[in-house]
Design a protein around this ligand. Structure first.
Ligand code: PLP
Length: 355
């Protein structure tokens, strides 16, 4: 059990008046959670303090060598006014998987959950009310030793910040257009692809930038070695429905093990659908498309839950998926997952944790 010290703000900010204008990640709540780590001392000085700038030495290791990990999750408000989380312990287990890869000290999952509950309890009025809106939660750990040598840090900060965010879809599930990236790669096996660390995002920016210039919203990454096998999309895992089977790339070290991915697979299996996690080449997708067997394509991730793909471009070939419209299964998965998150459907999977 953490002994959390509370230093609450005396000047609370006004809550956003128009939740439809929130967007994503721009507005922050009144407080944040901070805890420090030092080798020999362990995690200490857990506190909830007013949200604000933090002071770091310009020599802080994270600023030079990127020793940083993060998580992304949400708190949802139900129609009854309850606040609930979706599988939060999965996020903190994954934070520890990332921590191990980046030689960051382990953070006990129960301590992280305690910090999460304590912070959201303090700022619960910041959980939006609008349908589809939520409180985005960003826990992260950074190495803060003032030292320019290359080695794992001895000093860290674990911080949680909260950002009320608007509905990802304001006008129904809009399919996105993506293309297969053949120039850049995001991660390779043996690298950090399976962790949530800033470096993976830094590596993806050039591809993302190019996609935007070409009016595509995201890129679909291929494996970094053979450049043949499908990996994932930006901040989403990818799934295909081929001949009534749900197919997604297996977890082999270079892709992020999404909690939405895992949940969607569990749901589809429960519904009795055929599900397979395996290597999928882009050629196979193209062939399935030509044979009329590629029924649906969608991304999965915390932000959008399900993001249907309308057009998938590979070289000169543009595949229009399901007439560019959201598919039946994508819609059903979306409705079921968000139904549970917002408390409109019973939590049959045991995924919901109340504040
Ligand atoms: C966070 C993330 C995902 C999605 O994971 P969820 O747990 O479903 O939100 C997928 N890919 C990458 C690269 C990510 O960072």
């Amino acid at each position: 059990m953490l002994n959390i010290r509370y230093e609450l703000t005396t000047t609370p900010k006004a809550k956003p008046e128009d939740e439809s204008k929130l967007g994503f990640g721009k507005v922050f709540s009144d407080h944040m959670f901070i805890m420090n780590y030092k080798t020999g001392k362990g995690w200490h000085d857990a506190r909830i303090v007013p949200f604000g700038n933090i002071s770091l030495s310009p020599a802080s290791m994270v600023l030079h060598y990127g020793q940083e990990i993060f998580e992304g999750m949400k708190a949802y408000r139900t129609a009854d006014g309850d606040i609930q989380f979706f599988r939060p312990e999965e996020n903190f287990k994954r934070l520890n998987v990332s921590a191990e890869r980046l030689v960051i000290p382990e953070l006990p999952v129960e301590d992280a959950l305690q910090a999460l509950h304590a912070l959201v309890e303090v700022d619960k009025d910041w959980v939006p009310h609008n349908d589809g809106a939520s409180l985005y939660i960003r826990p992260f750990i950074i190495a803060v030793d003032p030292f320019l040598g290359v080695r794992p840090g001895d000093e860290y900060m674990f911080i949680i910040i909260l950002s009320p965010s608007g509905a990802y879809y304001s006008t129904g599930l809009n399919p996105v257009d993506i293309y297969v990236e053949t120039n850049y790669v995001r991660a390779v096996r043996g690298g950090m692809g399976y962790t949530k660390t800033g470096g993976n995002y830094a590596a993806s920016l050039a591809g993302q930038d190019e996609a935007h210039k070409q009016n595509y919203s995201q890129v679909l990454w291929l494996d970094g070695v053979e450049r043949k096998y499908i990996e994932e999309v930006g901040a989403m895992n990818i799934m295909f429905i081929i001949d009534d089977e749900v197919v997604t790339p297996e977890l082999q070290g270079s892709i992020l093990p999404g909690i939405t991915r895992k949940s969607v697979l569990e749901l589809c299996r429960k519904w009795g659908m055929k599900v397979s996690e395996r290597r999928i080449s882009i050629q196979e997708i193209s062939d399935a498309y030509d044979a009329g067997k590629l029924q649906e394509v969608f991304g999965t991730g915390t932000a959008a839950v399900i993001s249907p793909v309308g057009h998938l471009k590979w070289g000169d070939k543009v595949m229009e998926i399901n007439g560019g419209k959201i598919g039946e299964i994508s819609q059903k998965i979306y409705d079921t997952m968000t139904g549970m998150q917002y408390g409109k459907l019973p939590d049959e999977m045991g995924w919901i944790e109340k504040l």
